[in-house]
Design a protein around this ligand. Structure first.
Ligand code: HEM
Length: 150
């Protein structure tokens, strides 16, 4: 597989795809959160669902595949932070799935607008936990990238 230059390192094109892809997913998650905070529930739900599904159906399976193939040696790669990274990624997946279910469970649609009634606050709590664990996973991922390639 060809090598490409990313953040000053020569990496496989698949590694670059994963890094850039996760940065794009993170940017869309932030944008979707800002939309929710601005009460644009309709746009929020489309945007965050796209980011969540792209992450869970494309990016994460590719990463678990690399893990299963032992690309970096045997897990949890002694001396690295691979284990907390994977545990956080799995927690984020569970929290995200619960948040999506709670979003659909409690949303109220009126004309072209979408709201959450007070009892839908649980969606916001799980959503905040999902976002915190997703970004924590990403920080650990960046550290792993730095320790392998920089
Ligand atoms: C992983 C997926 C999701 C995450 C992380 C997430 C996260 C959040 C967060 C943190 C808030 C509160 C923002 C704030 O008030 O400052 C929020 C609000 C909201 N979410 Fe989600 N959400 C997700 C998916 C969904 C889905 C699938 C729906 C609809 C089916 C939805 C509908 C809403 C609505 C209607 C609001 C209230 C917007 C308003 O205040 O008017 N969310 N979400």
């Amino acid at each position: 597989m060809g090598l490409v230059s990313l953040f000053g390192a020569q990496v496989e094109s698949r590694v670059a795809f994963l890094m850039v892809g996760e940065i794009v997913v993170g940017a869309v998650l932030i944008l979707a959160f800002v939309l929710a905070a601005r009460h644009k529930g309709w746009y929020h739900h489309y945007m965050i669902l796209s980011a969540f599904l792209a992450d869970e159906l494309v990016m994460k399976p590719l990463m678990y595949q690399r893990l299963a193939l032992g690309v970096f040696g045997s897990f949890p790669y002694p001396g690295t932070i691979g284990l907390p990274h994977v545990l956080l990624a799995v927690s984020a997946t569970v929290l995200g799935a619960v948040t999506v279910i709670l979003g659909f469970r409690f949303r109220v649609k009126k004309k072209k607008k979408m709201f959450l009634p007070p009892k839908g606050r649980i969606h916001k709590i799980f959503g905040a936990l999902y976002l915190a664990s997703w970004f924590a996973t990403m920080l650990f991922g960046i550290r792993i990238f730095a320790s392998f390639y920089l």
